[in-house]
Design a binder for this molecule. Structure first.
Ligand SMILES: [Zn+2]
Length: 81
């Protein structure tokens, strides 16, 4: 026998639909945020260190490690820098 849904039943159905809709929206927002994060190069650059580690070269005479760009003479007469 067909029974007319009572008010609590209707409310329950509406609540279930609302929860499903809310969950769907939440997933969509999460997906969009993730896509924007991957698309935006500025956000990607944030994960990288501001200054890349410089190549170091060792002075054969004094044995000191100096950055390859901006090497200074250590003062010894036969220093290559
Ligand atoms: Zn040197």
């Amino acid at each position: 026998m067909f029974t007319i849904p009572t008010l609590p039943k209707i409310l329950l159905i509406v609540l279930v639909i609302a929860v499903v809709w809310w969950w769907h929206r939440r997933n969509q927002i999460k997906k969009r945020e993730q896509a924007e994060l991957e698309r935006n190069p500025r956000n990607r650059a944030k994960s990288k260190p501001a200054n890349p580690i410089e190549d170091m070269t060792q002075c054969k005479v004094c044995g000191a490690y100096v950055p390859a760009s901006g090497a200074k003479n250590c003062g010894r007469p036969n220093c290559p820098f």
